[in-house]
Design a binder for this molecule. Structure first.
Ligand SMILES: [Zn+2]
Length: 146
């Protein structure tokens, strides 16, 4: 699992946003599902495209109820280290019904769209965060620090 320390060494201070890019969501998902443009880390874009490609291919668009954010500089809930949202390599979906600390209601098929594409799912954690997905490992490509 990627830690906030690993993010600090790869990306630097979260206040320094040089790794961020705009991702254009696939058209079939823009009808009230995802925002047209999502501001996220460039490392997220490949896995994000693969994951939402899985959602479309597997006929699960209807299971995406809401996009609940990606880039957001903040501490982990109840913690002192930064959430991976701070570097734009985590995102939340379907927050209603998948609240932090509650049993998730997301279907295993939907979860698999994301875990198959290289994400860790917060719903598996000892204190579940069912809405939360984060990059499982950094891509091979090292863009280097600007
Ligand atoms: Zn989250």
């Amino acid at each position: 699992m990627i830690t906030s320390d690993a993010c600090l060494s790869r990306y630097g201070d979260p206040e320094n946003e040089h790794n961020m890019q705009v991702w254009h969501a696939p058209a079939p998902l823009m009808a009230g599902k995802l925002p047209a443009k999502i501001y996220c880390n460039r490392d997220l874009i490949g896995p994000l495209e693969a994951a939402f490609g899985n959602v479309i291919e597997r006929g699960l668009i209807d299971e995406i109820d809401s996009w609940d954010g990606c880039f957001n500089i903040r501490k982990k809930r109840g913690g002192t280290t930064h959430s991976l949202h701070s570097w734009g390599i985590a995102f939340d979906i379907n927050a209603a019904g998948n609240a932090f600390g509650k049993p998730p209601t997301m279907s295993p098929a939907l979860v698999a769209c994301f875990t198959d594409a290289g994400f860790d799912w917060g719903g598996n954690w000892s204190k579940p965060d069912g809405m939360h997905f984060q990059l499982a490992k950094f891509p091979e490509t090292d863009y280097g620090q600007a």
